[in-house]
Design a protein around this ligand. Structure first.
Ligand code: ADP
Ligand code: MG
Length: 532
């Protein structure tokens, strides 16, 4: 059934009930009290009228559920009401009757039950029938109660005010009921769009893949979506309206606003949950509560750990391969030397040479292992306040005298400022040595190494600039990897060690190189208190 039909049905029901109440109260009381009875010309007819009204009420009630055309049903009742009112007016004295207002009531009823138009129709019918009744009375075709003959103009005036009042009533009640109808309609529209909005919000929130909750400012849970239930294992019903930490101690209240990660136990299994809590504000920017969104990161974390483990194994594998390679080369030449030495026939001078080679290879092996240990098992730095110029001087002095330097390399200093910093002096010496040695090794045909320093309030900078071979562009990103080397006897650990040490000192190691022109390595250390 449509909404209009439902309303009409309700209205008709109200009309039937109202009529019954009216009959009982007004006519019943007048019948019992016999008020004005002596004046009613057909007083005895009143009881028949009451009975027939009650009978009609019963008939209407019985028909009520069966009738399909509710509008005609309503019209029938209203028209009958007008006729019965006219009869009532007639038997209670016509022009002298106290009951002409029942016609007014019927007009009001029609515009309420049906509409404005029905109001006018019933007003017209009432006017006609009432006019006819009073006219008949005037022409003495119907008896008068008081017996006094009123004048023509009294009759006309009576008819006139009644007709005016019927139409006025139809107009006013029609106006009011159409207003009411419009307001109701608007309210209903608003209500339904509100319901749509609510539905939409709910669906979106419920369908979100991430957990979502909102609370008021006291931490009482207002929304807890499906994903939230799934992630936490807490049922919505058991948490709604309660303070969140009572049901889920995992979320501490008062909340710490921002992003965090925590572990939670759900049905015996540990879960890593990442969550963000922020303040919930209304349009006027007033805090009304909190909103929390969260995600189950367990799977992600597991994958991450697996990846890390795999990377570790890969790195170990690569490292082992490189070490074996590095160690096998000197071992091979050692073996070769000793095998030749075993033969008695070699001349003394050659024997000596071979022994030198063997010793050198052993030294190299030792060097590789020392380097490797320095790289793979770094000791904790022991910070001391030192002036780095002293350490630099010592390093450069040794570099001047090593065999790789065939005397055609000039080593220059360009110092400025004070390099007093908090560092591990032994480790810094290692860094300078590795950079310096690389520079010298990059200039087999000779060249120039300039070591310059600058210092500011916050940092010191030590630069090694050589005029050597330079580094190929494709190699630049690899030079800090352990075992990356382009040298026949290199270990590829020098820069890796230097990089690690600088990292331990929270400093920076930059490189800038042009093949064929030279290379610049720059060490930057911060002059912070306590630390470097
Ligand atoms: P190694 O010296 O044993 O080769 P390093 O880690 O010290 O190992 O250096 C790695 C590589 O970086 C060198 O093999 C070389 O190719 C390159 N490199 C380092 N310093 C310089 C430099 N000053 N000039 C040119 N190439 C350099
Ligand atoms: Mg080196």
């Amino acid at each position: 059934m449509s909404e209009d039909a439902a309303t009409l049905k309700l209205n008709i029901k109200a009309l039937i009930v109202f009529r019954a109440v009216f009959v009982t109260l007004l006519l019943g009381s007048s019948f019992l009290l016999k008020a004005g009875y002596e004046k009613f010309p057909y007083a005895h007819a009143l009881s028949y009228l009451i009975i027939s009204l009650y009978a009609l009420t019963i008939v209407y009630s019985l028909l009520f559920e069966r009738i399909k055309n509710l509008v005609s049903f309503a019209y029938t009742q209203l028209v009958l009401d007008v006729i019965l009112s006219i009869i009532l007016i007639f038997i209670t004295g016509g022009i002298d009757s106290w009951f002409s207002f029942t016609l007014v009531l019927t007009v009001i009823s029609s515009s309420i039950v049906l509409n404005k138009r029905a109001g006018y129709i019933i007003a017209t019918l009432s006017s006609i029938l009432y006019g006819v009744l009073i006219n008949l009375q005037f022409h003495s075709l119907l008896p008068l109660s008081s017996g006094g003959i009123a004048e023509m103009k009294d009759y006309l005036y009576n008819i006139f005010i009644h007709i005016v009042s019927f139409y006025l009533t139809a107009y006013l009640s029609g106006y009011l009921s159409s207003r009411l109808e419009k307001t109701t309609q608007k309210l209903e529209e608003k209500d339904s769009s509100l319901r749509d909005l609510e539905f939409f919000n709910k669906e979106v929130i419920e369908s979100l893949p991430g957990g979502l909750f909102t609370t008021d400012i006291y931490g009482k849970v207002l929304i807890f979506n499906r994903a939230a239930e799934k992630i936490t294992g807490v049922q919505k019903d058991s948490i709604m309206g309660r303070r969140i930490d009572e049901a889920l101690p995992f979320f501490e209240f008062p909340f710490v606003v921002g992003r965090r990660e925590k572990t939670i136990k759900v049905y015996g299994a540990q879960k890593v949950i990442g969550f963000t809590i922020s303040a919930l504000r209304d349009i006027s920017e007033k805090d009304t509560g909190f909103i929390g969104i969260f995600q189950d990161l367990t799977q992600l974390k597991r994958l991450e750990a697996e990846m890390k483990q795999k990377e570790k194994w890969a790195a170990i594998g690569e490292l082992s391969a490189n070490i074996s390679h590095e160690i096998r080369n000197p071992l091979a030449s050692l073996k070769g030397s000793i095998e030749i030495l075993k033969e008695d026939t070699i001349p003394h001078s050659k024997r000596r040479k071979l022994m030198d080679i063997a010793l050198k290879e052993m030294e190299r092996l030792n060097g590789i292992i020392t380097d490797f240990l320095t790289y793979s098992r770094p000791t904790a730095p022991e910070f001391k306040r030192v002036e780095l110029h002293g350490i630099l001087d010592e390093t450069l002095e040794i570099l001047r005298n090593i065999e790789q330097n065939k005397g055609n390399i000039s080593i220059k200093k360009d110092y400025s400022g004070n390099l007093e910093v908090n560092v591990d002096p032994l480790k810094m010496r290692q860094v300078f040595w590795n950079l310096g040695l690389n520079a010298v090794e990059a200039m087999p045909e000779g060249g120039e190494l300039i070591v310059s320093t600058i210092s500011s309030d916050s940092a010191v900078e030590i630069t090694f600039k050589d005029s050597g071979t330079g580094i190929k562009e494709k190699d630049i990103e690899k030079i800090f990897y352990p075992f990356f080397t382009t040298k026949e006897h290199g270990t590829g650990l020098g820069l890796a060690i230097a990089y690690r040490i600088i990292e331990e000192h929270e400093g920076m190691l930059h490189v800038n190189s042009s093949p064929g022109v030279g290379t610049i390595f720059k060490v930057i250390l911060l002059k912070t208190d306590g630390k470097p």
